[in-house]
Write a new protein. Structure first.
Length: 233
């Protein structure tokens, strides 16, 4: 997670992201919103309202507006190794969150600080040798009974791999299968992971999207999320 690498693309992120996903027919806003909708729906089913939220690898803040609408009374901390990205997020959403820089290795918050941790397509940018350590750090700052939602691109989906190959800021990305991610979460002490596959139909076939709730175990969706609840001691 080199700060300079993320700073390089921070100001061009939206345009490059939009260009890379053109085949889907959707915008970056669509992909940001569905993730928060999924998180909010899952927590609502469990009767949980998070008091404090960590947006790990928040970048330029694409999730913040949706997160603020879903959880209006929660404190939201945006954490990122790119100061440039955080500056952009702060200007886009002044006063709507806490914007925190970190060194890419150690999360600068105390144990049990957050009821909800969230990472939106962050880990494929992180060297594999650092992933388990960072996942353990996320587990450390989660409160007992807290949830972690980790969204990633699915390397088994051809439209996803096409988008990644054609995105400049994904040049060094290494996509992670859900099985690999489950193993890394377990190695970090976060076990009993639930995997949910998402986004099966492009915008051209959007009227079929209500069927996706029946397809969440089929590993060909464009993205997936891993959901872990930290057990209470």
């Amino acid at each position: 997670m080199l700060e300079a690498e993320f700073d390089q693309f921070a100001r061009e992120y939206q345009e490059q992201h939009a260009a890379s996903i053109r085949l889907s027919g959707e915008t970056p806003e669509f992909f940001a919103k569905y993730k928060i909708d999924d998180v909010a729906a899952t927590l609502a089913q469990a009767g949980v309202t998070p008091r404090r939220i960590l947006d790990f690898g928040a970048g330029v803040g694409n999730s913040l507006g949706h997160m603020r609408r879903a959880f209006p009374d929660s404190e939201i901390v945006l954490l990122d190794p790119s100061r440039e990205s955080l500056d952009i997020a702060r200007k886009r959403f002044p006063g709507q969150g806490v914007f925190a820089h970190f060194d890419g290795k150690t999360i600068p918050f105390a144990d049990g600080s957050f009821d909800l941790a969230f990472a939106a397509c962050v880990f494929h940018h992180i060297p594999e040798t650092l992933q388990v350590g960072l996942l353990a750090e996320i587990g450390r700052v989660m409160a007992d009974g807290g949830s972690f939602f980790l969204f990633e691109h699915n390397p088994w989906n051809p439209l996803t791999t096409h988008a990644v190959r054609n995105c400049a800021f994904d040049e060094n990305a290494v996509l992670i299968t859900s099985r690999e991610m489950r193993g890394r979460l377990a190695a970090a002490g976060l076990s009993n992971t639930r995997i949910v596959y998402r986004i099966f139909f492009p915008r051209l076939l959007a009227r079929l999207r209500p069927l996706e709730r029946f397809l969440t175990k089929i590993p060909v969706g464009a993205q997936y999320f891993a959901h872990v609840v930290k057990p209470a001691v």
